[in-house]
Write a protein that binds this ligand. Structure first.
Ligand code: GAR
Length: 204
């Protein structure tokens, strides 16, 4: 069984999609070991609880954008103890640091709501909308420590910006694509079809 640990801060639609895909038999052998969150009110924790998946709120500590070092070690410890094969950042809104990379090198993936390397950071769909691009989308990538939202790109999906789009309608269509490429990336990794060479992803 290929075991994933999901970190999420928000409403949890990506988590929900992965759960649904597991139920549908989309993956050959993927199991969610646990859902961890820095936000005790997150939809993600509620979804996990409802689905009977181990869910743990680990307070982030005193910083706003990253985890307090002792808290970060708690995240890593529990993922390691549960023998997680892949750490999936499904809307985890904290910058992760060295303890994660030391333990899970090349085994951390992130979903981001833009076509990276364009528009890293917060509310990427809004950044793209405000910039006036004609196409945007979403990206699944392996996570590197620096810069933010960088690392070898696994999959991307393009979303056109329509003339009558609002920020909200655009983001809704981006999320529909996220719900396709994030599970697909997990499936490909779990089936050993993804390799990194010269900091680029090769899909076999
Ligand atoms: C997703 O749109 C994801 O791309 C974004 O958070 C959202 C979580 O949605 N992540 C980032 O912006 C990371 N830089 P969800 O809670 O509905 O899955």
């Amino acid at each position: 069984m290929f075991t994933i640990g999901i970190l999420a801060s928000g409403k949890g639609s990506n988590l929900k999609t992965i759960i649904d895909k597991i139920k549908e038999g989309y993956f050959s052998s993927v199991k969610i070991s646990m859902v961890l969150s820095d936000n005790h009110n997150s939809g993600a924790l509620k979804i996990a609880q409802k689905e009977g998946i181990k869910n743990i709120y680990i307070p982030p500590g005193k910083y706003r954008t990253f985890l307090q070092p002792d808290k970060e070690k708690e995240y890593v410890k529990i993922l390691k103890e549960n023998k997680v094969d892949l750490v999936c950042l499904a809307g985890f809104m904290r910058i992760i640091k060295q303890p994660f990379f030391k333990e899970f090198n090349d085994r951390i993936i992130n979903i981001h709501p833009s076509l990276l390397p364009a528009f890293p950071g917060l509310e990427a769909w809004k950044q793209a909308f405000d910039y006036g691009v004609k196409f945007t989308g979403c990206t699944v990538h392996f996570v590197r420590q620096w810069p933010i939202d960088s690392g070898p790109i696994i999959l991307q999906s393009v979303v056109p910006v329509l003339s009558d789009d609002t920020c909200e309608t655009l983001y809704q269509r981006i999320q529909e694509k996220e719900h396709i490429i994030f599970p697909l990336a997990i499936k490909l990794i779990s089936e050993n079809k993804i390799f990194i060479s010269n900091n680029k992803v090769i899909i076999k």
